[in-house]
Design a protein around this ligand. Sequence first.
Ligand code: ATP
Length: 291
Amino acid sequence: MPLLEVDHVVVQFGGVTAVNEACFAAEAGRVTGLIGPNGAGKTTCFNVISGLQKPTRGAVRFDGRKVTSVPVHRRSKRGMGRTFQRLEAFGSLSVRDNVRVAADIHRGVLGAVRGLGSSSRGGVDALLERVGIAAYADERADSIPTGTARLLELARCLAGDPKLLLLDEPSSGLDETETDDFGDLLRDLAAEGRAILMVEHDMDLVMGVCDEIHVLDFGSVIASGTPQEVRGDAAVQKAYLGYAPEDEAEPAHVGSAEHPAESTRTDLPVLSDDTTVLPPVGAGPLPGGAR
Ligand SMILES: Nc1ncnc2c1ncn2[C@@H]1O[C@H](COP(=O)(O)OP(=O)(O)OP(=O)(O)O)[C@@H](O)[C@H]1O
């Protein structure tokens, strides 16, 4: 049984269906990608999974139990960890203290009552070393580069020793070398038995580290499979490129009465006739820009 199951989840905001009967899973020991163009519903799915957003319909199961109505902090206690697109660290604290606080919060009142004391400096420093930011341990969190701050987010998340890691665009702000190291770290974390579910626009990273990828478009899962399978999927190509390369002609506009927003995809790349599928590994981020 997968560690996480999203079962026919629907989220409606007034007249907007942000998530539409989405079904997907994330398994322990695997890195799973959740991708899709901007506005596809990825963040809303993460909010449903972590408990920030109540679904209109559908269910979330985690570690064998239904958690659809379980509040955020209890999901966290059960082993869900999440990083956000927006950085959440305490700016005036040092990098080390940010991780220490996260560990203390996770251990909570019970840990203090049982006399477990504060999180050990050695344990916190080992975590900083692991994510590659030990050199910044004594720096204020608001003085470090964005990429480092993302890694701090990950360290704060790992301080809770989560079974499931929900990572929202974790590589933004990392340079190429840092992204490679980050990919290795994700593989290591999965090899320890954690499930990793990642929303990410950098297709190099997604295609390089994910065991499985789910693709959302207009709130629906339009494809699930290995990176290879997803890369070759016509519906995925259409969602990202506006048309599938095997279409006889590129449509003049790709909007519809059902999805009028599609007609505003002005960010589509200029494609030559022989452009095939998704950008090749090495081509950087997908055109996941604003619709
Ligand atoms: N609180 C809200 N109220 C109304 N509409 C919302 C709300 N949150 C999201 N939406 C809409 O739901 C849809 C899905 O948004 P969501 O942020 O989940 O997409 P996304 O795939 O995460 O996009 P991005 O890649 O830009 O972060 C969009 O049409 C968005 O405008």
